[in-house]
Structures are given as C-alpha cells and as structure tokens.
Design a protein around this ligand. Structure first.
Ligand code: PMP
Length: 356
C-alpha cells in the first residue's frame, strides 16, 4: 500500500462525537443539545439570510462582534466569533502551546483537548482531579509557560469552580495563557468574562451550541484582551477566514437580541436538571453537583455500559465514556421535563429487571 499521509498525522487520534444513529427515532440525551428550538426571531433571521448566500460572509464578523460586545459590556476588539467554540480551542492550542510549552488540563475533562494536543504536537500535562472529581486549583498556580485549559463547569463531570479561583490562577501563573472553556456556564456557573480586561493572559470561550439552541449552526466566540484576540484572529485568517458562515452570523446577532428567551430556556433546563437529579437519587444513583445541561451519574448495582445498552434498546441515547475513571459513569443530557420523565421511568423499569 502506498503511503500518502505524512508521518506526523499517521497516529492522530480523532475526537469521537456522540452517535447520531438513523435506524430509528431516538430520544437523544447524548450530545448536550438544547431541547428547545431557536427563537422566532432567530428562525426569521436564518430564513432571511438565504437570499444572500451567493455572497461570502463578513470575515471580520463586525455585526456579531458589536452585538456580543454590547451584551457583555466589552469592546468588539475583545471578541472573536468562531465556527463553534471548538475553533477557539484549536486556535488557542495552536497559538500558545507546543512541545516545550505544555498544555495543562484535568485528567477527566473534554476529550477534544487531548485530540488537539495530538494534532499540534503539544506536550499535555494532565492534573488528576480528586476522587470526587473536584479540581485542585493549587496545581495550576505558579506554572511558568504554556496553556492552562479549564472547562468551567467541567465536562463530563458538570462540576464548577468560582471566579475567585480562576482569578487566582490568572494572577499566579501570569506567563501562561489561561483558557476557560465556558461551553456550559449559562446553566448555573459563574462566568470569568468580567476578568478579561484585568488579565491579559485570560481567554474565555463560549458557545451558541447549548444555551442558545444553535448546535447545528456551529457558532462560538472567544472573549479576551484585544492583543490575544488579534493573535487568535490572525491564525483564523491563515486557516479559514470565512469560518463563520452568513447564516450563523445572522442567527448569532438575532439570538443576542432575543436573550430573554434563551435565559428562560436555560432556567428551565436547570430546573429540569435538578428535578431529574432528585429522581435519579431516589432510584439509587450517585451524582456529581452538575451546573450544566447534563447530569453525571452512576448506579452501584448496574454497570454504566449495561445501562447505556438497555436505554438504547428502549430508544434513549446517553453518553458513556470508557475511561479508567469514567467507566462507571453516565453523562445524560437534560431534555424537556417529558423527556426526562421518559428517561427516569425507563431507568426504573431497567433497575426493576423489567427490561432485558
Ligand atoms: N467545550 C466543551 C466542554 C464541550 O463539551 C463542547 C461540546 N462538545 C465544546 C467545548 C464545543 O462545543 P461547540 O464547538 O459546539 O461550541
């Protein structure tokens, strides 16, 4: 067999997204999407954008930068819209880490960080979470170069840290870039956005995929000091200047203008999460304290892989990560109250031996 692929990519480990099967209709609680549709205003903006799709989008994303800056009390120069927040992560790994400048992150966190370390030849230093999956902040203080990456709240554990702890890391590792991945922050954690004007080493990444019901549009953004944004934007222009398409830009602006609709959805999801957590506890599950749109849980009596398979047979998809520390656990996205009732009723049947 002829070898075409250059050697440095031969062993890259790609990210494995949650499954999207087509054999039948499933209740999808495996990819942390919103159960609620985009708002009417966003649907209209998306439809209106279609008549200009013969034109490239604005590569500088000026309207969206202005809308986001206005809503966050920052300047457009502090914002970089991207193709999902995964693009913020890619650009940051590319910009601030390599073999001599490590990337520091938890041993149990978003799997894409390891994928990016592999792709960019970054030395990854994993700091083990404690047994209860909480993070030991002191490990991230006093580091002298490279990229610190913390998902806050963390995924798949759902556990959040406070802004004071993030500030301590920024202050005590001033020569590292500190990337706070806030993909789930709107569901109950504190945002570090208020710190970006104070700490030039801080980058916050956000997404429209969860709280803003736009996972299918692929839209995210970085928030940082203007120097960091310029660096990331330069890299964006070298890779894919038009990474954010015209429809996503229009949807993104309309969603910011309709923020109350989305805040209300996030409140509903958080309420449903807390009710689901109570019900799961009644069924004997152990849960972490999730501040996200998913719960992370395990049952002492049944293996997570078995629960995943049985739920799948019953038409419900959840996520099981086969890692040493996650193998016993399930990550279950929060849907509507009816979705979650279907989930907990099915689990109850499984646990009572009713579904084989
Ligand atoms: N960060 C975390 C922690 C995530 O779970 C995800 C979703 N898979 C992302 C970032 C990326 O989300 P998106 O690219 O859809 O914005």
């Amino acid at each position: 067999m002829k070898e075409f692929l250059i050697s440095k990519y031969k062993d890259v480990e790609p990210y494995v997204p949650g499954e999207q099967p087509r054999d039948k209709k499933y209740l999808k609680l495996n990819t942390n999407e919103s159960p609620y549709s985009p708002s009417e205003a966003v649907l209209k903006a998306v439809a209106d954008s279609a008549s200009s799709l013969q034109l490239y989008p604005d590569p500088a994303c000026r309207d969206l930068k202005a809308a986001l800056a206005g809503s966050l009390g920052l300047q457009p120069e502090n914002i970089l819209p991207t193709n999902g927040s995964d693009e913020v992560l890619s650009l940051s790994f590319m910009a601030y880490a390599h073999d001599e400048k490590p990337a520091y992150y938890a041993d149990v966190t978003y799997g894409f960080y390891d994928v990016l370390s592999g792709l960019f030849g970054v030395k990854a230093k994993h700091f083990a979470l404690r047994d209860d999956f909480t993070i030991d902040i002191s490990e991230y203080c006093g580091l002298d170069s490279g990229l610190i990456v913390i998902a806050n709240p963390n995924a798949p554990t759902g556990i959040a840290i406070g802004v004071n702890e993030i500030e301590k890391i920024c202050k005590e590792s001033p020569d590292c870039v500190v990337l706070i991945d806030e993909a789930y922050v709107e569901f109950g954690a504190e945002s570090a956005v208020g710190l970006v004007t104070k700490y030039p080493n801080l980058i916050v990444s956000r997404t429209y995929s969860k709280s803003m019901s736009l996972a299918g549009a692929r839209l995210g953004y970085a928030i940082a000091n203007e120097e960091r944004i310029r660096e990331l934007e330069t890299l964006k222009y070298t890779l894919n200047p038009y990474s954010v398409n015209r429809t996503a830009l229009a949807a993104g602006v309309a969603a910011v203008e309709d923020i109350e609709y989305y805040k209300n959805n996030c409140r509903l999801v958080a309420e449903t999460r807390d009710r689901t957590a109570e019900r799961l506890k009644e069924l004997g599950f152990e849960l972490t304290d999730s501040k996200t749109n998913f719960v992370f849980c395990r049952h002492p009596g049944v293996q997570a892989s078995e629960l995943t398979d049985k739920l799948r047979q019953a038409g419900i998809l959840v996520r099981h990560f086969t890692g040493e520390r996650t193998n016993d656990w399930l990550r279950i996205s929060i849907g509507t109250p009816e979705d979650m009732l279907a989930l907990t009723n099915t689990l109850e049947e499984i646990l009572n031996g009713g579904r084989v």
